[in-house]
Design a protein around this ligand. Structure first.
Ligand SMILES: [Zn+2]
Ligand SMILES: [Zn+2]
Length: 367
C-alpha cells in the first residue's frame, strides 16, 4: 500500500502524489492520519505569504492512530500501536540545553527546520505533513495521548484550545473573579474565551469586526462569553464599562490583520492590567494607539507566540470533559479534493464565509 498526500509545490499549486510507506526501524513510527485542523497558517502557506523554498506537505494540527511503532520509539513516546495521539508541531531531541529547559521550540537539532507541515517533501521520508493518509514519526516527534472517547476531528482542536489556555490563562495568570476581554472571535478567540471562563473569570467579553464576524459573535455565549461586541457598531470600552462598571484585568488580542485592535486592547485594560498580544497586524501602523497609556496605566504588555505541552494536555482534557460545545462548532470537513477550495475561502480568494473550524479528513467524501 502507498500513502496519498497533497504536496504544495509552489504557492497556490497542489499536486496529489503517492509515496511508498517508509521503512521503519526501532526508533521511529508511522501514523495513520485521521484529522488535521486548519488555521491561518494553512492559507498563508497556500498563498505564499509564508514562503518556502521547497515543496512540502502542509498540515500541522494532526490527530491519528499509531499504525506502527518501533520498540525504542514506543518507550520514548510512552505509546502503543493502535493508540490515538496528537502530534505536536515542534520536535525535540530531548537532550540539548533548550530541550532540557523545556524550550523545545528552540531545539538545536530541530527548531523551525523540522516543524510538522513545513518539511521538504522531495526528500525521504517524504511524509512529514498532515495533508496525507500517513505521517512519518521520526525519533524526535512529540506525541500526546488522546482520550479514546474523543472524536479525532474534535481532538484536532487541541492546537487552538492549547493556545487559548496558554494565552488567556497561563501567560496572564488569570484568576477567579477576573474580568477578561478577548479581541477576535475566530476559533482562537472562542477557545481563549472558554479557557478564561474555565479558569474562573467572572466576566468574559469578546470583540469582532463587521458582518463577517456576526455568526461567530452569536456563537460566543456558548463558549463562556458574557458580552459580544461588534466594534464596527459599538465602542468596546464603553460597552465593557456599561456591562461591569470597570475595565478588564486581562486583555487578550488574537486578531489577525486588524491594525486598530492594538489600541482597543490597550483601551480595554484597567490600570495595572496584563495585555497579551498574540495577534499580528501584518503592518507597522497601529491607529489610535498612544504609547503613553502603557505608562500611565502601568500595563504589563506581553507577546505570546507558541503553546507548550502542558497547555496541549489541558486542552485535550477540556475537550474530553464536554464542558463547552466544541463538538458542535460549525465546521467543514474536507477530503483531498475539497481541501483546496476550502483553503481558498479561508484565504479570502474565493467567495463564501470560512467555517469556524476547518478540518482536513483524509477519507472525507470517499465512502
Ligand atoms: Zn495551526
Ligand atoms: Zn533539542
Amino acid at each position: 500500500m502507498n500513502a496519498q498526500a497533497l504536496v504544495l509545490t509552489a504557492p497556490r499549486h497542489f499536486e496529489r502524489r503517492e509515496f511508498a510507506l517508509p521503512a521503519l526501524g526501532n526508533s521511529d513510527g508511522l501514523l495513520r492520519v485521521e484529522a488535521c485542523g486548519l488555521c491561518g497558517t494553512d492559507h498563508e502557506q497556500y498563498t505564499g505569504h509564508l514562503a518556502s523554498r521547497h515543496a512540502f506537505i502542509p498540515g500541522h494540527e494532526v490527530i491519528g492512530t499509531l499504525e506502527a511503532v518501533g520498540s525504542q520509539a514506543a518507550a520514548r513516546w510512552g505509546v502503543r500501536e493502535g493508540e490515538r495521539v496528537a502530534v505536536e508541531v515542534f520536535q525535540s531531541c530531548r537532550e540539548c540545553d533548550a530541550c532540557k529547559a523545556g524550550l523545545y521550540r528552540r531545539c538545536e537539532r530541530n527548531g523551525l527546520k523540522t516543524m510538522i507541515g513545513f518539511v521538504d517533501a522531495d526528500r525521504p521520508p517524504h511524509l512529514c505533513g498532515g495533508y496525507a493518509t500517513h505521517l512519518y514519526l521520526g525519533p524526535d516527534a512529540m506525541l500526546l495521548p488522546v482520550p479514546n472517547s474523543l472524536d479525532p476531528v474534535v481532538a484536532s482542536l487541541f492546537n487552538p484550545l492549547g493556545a487559548g489556555i496558554r494565552w488567556a490563562v497561563e501567560v496572564p495568570k488569570t484568576k477567579p473573579g477576573d474580568v477578561v476581554a478577548i479581541l477576535g472571535p475566530g476559533i482562537r478567540g472562542l477557545c481563549a474565551a472558554a479557557a478564561a471562563k474555565d479558569a474562573g473569570a467572572a466576566f468574559v467579553m469578546i470583540t469582532g469586526l463587521g458582518p463577517r464576524d456576526d455568526s461567530r459573535l452569536a456563537l460566543a455565549p456558548r463558549f463562556g462569553v458574557d458580552l459580544a461586541v461588534d466594534v464596527a457598531k459599538d465602542d468596546p470600552v464603553k460597552a465593557l464599562r456599561q456591562a461591569v462598571g470597570r475595565l478588564a484585568d486581562v486583555v487578550v488580542d488574537v486578531t489577525a490583520k486588524a491594525p486598530a485592535a492594538f489600541a482597543q486592547a490597550i483601551g480595554l485594560a484597567r490600570t495595572g492590567a496584563t495585555v497579551v498580544i498574540a495577534g499580528t497586524r501584518g503592518e507597522a501602523s497601529t491607529p489610535g494607539f498612544h504609547p503613553d497609556h502603557i505608562v500611565y496605566k502601568e500595563l504589563n504588555v506581553i507577546g505570546a507566540l507558541g503553546v507548550d505541552v502542558g497547555a496541549y494536555r489541558a486542552a485535550l482534557t477540556m475537550l474530553e470533559s464536554g464542558r463547552y460545545p466544541f463538538a458542535a462548532l460549525p465546521r467543514q470537513e474536507a477530503g483531498f479534493d475539497a481541501l483546496e477550495p476550502l483553503i481558498k475561502v479561508m484565504a479570502g480568494e474565493a467567495p463564501g464565509t470560512p467555517p469556524v473550524h476547518g478540518v482536513f479528513v483524509p477519507n472525507a467524501g470517499e465512502k
